[in-house]
Write a protein that binds this ligand. Structure first.
Ligand SMILES: NC(=O)c1ccc[n+]([C@@H]2O[C@H](COP(=O)([O-])OP(=O)(O)OC[C@H]3O[C@@H](n4cnc5c(N)ncnc54)[C@H](OP(=O)(O)O)[C@@H]3O)[C@@H](O)[C@H]2O)c1
Length: 287
């Protein structure tokens, strides 16, 4: 398979991570164009001998496969300002953004696709360590599909073929699995502080518990990983939790919703008797 020259428009977190990782695996990184020259230079320091381009058009003219790694809201506008050539590959890394954002490139004869790594990219050096073993959703056809699968394999990522029309649902799943967990940890930190502890001790104390729970889910599956009062059918403790939650916030809707989902999971693990399930429902479903 011929080597492709890869380029990036938008030298942010995703571009810096992917370009460095592909460069280390032997791929040819031609360079980057970004709104600020400093961002391009920071990216290039991780993947010599790639170069910084002074315009997106110049970068595109020198690359076979271009990743448009600007924020989602800027993808379409950036793509529309460029003259693409037939046979070129143009890819965005957005989860929620449809391939229609790349329509102009397709009209010019380019093959378009999506390559969304199912991972968070905060610091490029940290993110790079998490690439191997992470999934990546690929939406493409023909030769581009083959190339994107090959590039995923270079990073030891697990490729998933995302069917057309599923992007938003896929993005929502990812949001539940990632940032939504932070909202729960923030609620835990509030309670931690109310116990009289310093707020900045909350994460060091609670995180091992969170990581232990995630590790159990990884090893045993979600249902068997459920612990706490729901898994034991401990209705008395749950009733006291709900009283407390009702006192300290405007409502207990969030906690009740979560308990209801936990009860569904606990039922799937077949640890609870019919009597325990009915008793749990009577506490959780009370309005
Ligand atoms: N962050 C994540 O966790 C994550 C995970 C998976 C997928 N994604 C997707 O990956 C893509 C990039 O996200 P990111 O987190 O890497 O974003 P980012 O860190 O904000 O980087 C975006 C880069 O694009 C540059 N830029 C903005 N507008 C531009 C324009 N008009 N022309 C050229 N460059 C422009 C920015 O400007 P400067 O040149 O001024 O720096 C910045 O360097 C998005 O589609 C996002 O949805 C992100």
């Amino acid at each position: 398979m011929p080597t492709l020259g890869l380029g990036f428009i938008g030298a942010g977190r995703v571009a810096s991570t992917l370009s460095a990782a592909w460069s280390a695996s032997g791929e040819s990184i031609i360079g980057a164009y970004s709104r600020s020259f400093d961002s391009s230079t920071a990216l290039l320091a991780r993947c010599p001998p790639a170069r910084a381009f002074v315009s997106a058009q110049e970068l595109v003219s020198n690359c076979d496969l271009v990743f448009v790694t600007v924020p989602d809201s800027a993808i379409e506008e950036v793509v529309n300002e460029i003259t693409w050539r037939a046979g070129q590959f143009v890819v965005h890394c957005s989860a929620a953004g449809e391939l229609a954002l790349l329509r102009h490139a397709q009209t010019c004869g380019a093959q378009v696709g999506g390559f969304h790594p199912l991972q968070i990219f905060s610091d490029p050096d940290v993110a790079r360590e998490h690439l191997a073993g992470s999934s990546v959703a690929i939406e493409a056809t023909g030769e581009l599909h083959t190339q994107l699968y090959r590039l995923a394999a270079q990073l030891k990522m697990t490729p998933l073929t995302l069917r057309a029309g599923a992007r938003l649902r896929y993005h929502l799943a990812g949001n539940f699995a990632a940032s939504c967990m932070l909202a729960l940890l923030a609620e835990a930190a509030n309670l931690w502080e109310e116990c009289g502890f310093e707020r900045d001790t909350a994460l060091p104390a609670l995180m091992p518990l969170s990581l232990g729970t995630l590790d159990s889910a990884r090893r045993l599956g979600l249902a068997k990983a459920v612990s706490g009062p729901v898994s034991r059918g401990d209705t008395a403790t749950l009733a006291r939790h709900l009283e407390l939650v009702a006192q300290r916030t405007e409502g207990d809707v969030l906690y009740r919703e979560i308990l209801a989902r936990l009860l569904d999971l606990a039922q799937a693990s077949h640890r609870l008797s019919e009597k325990q399930i009915a008793a749990l429902h009577s506490v959780i479903d009370q309005i």
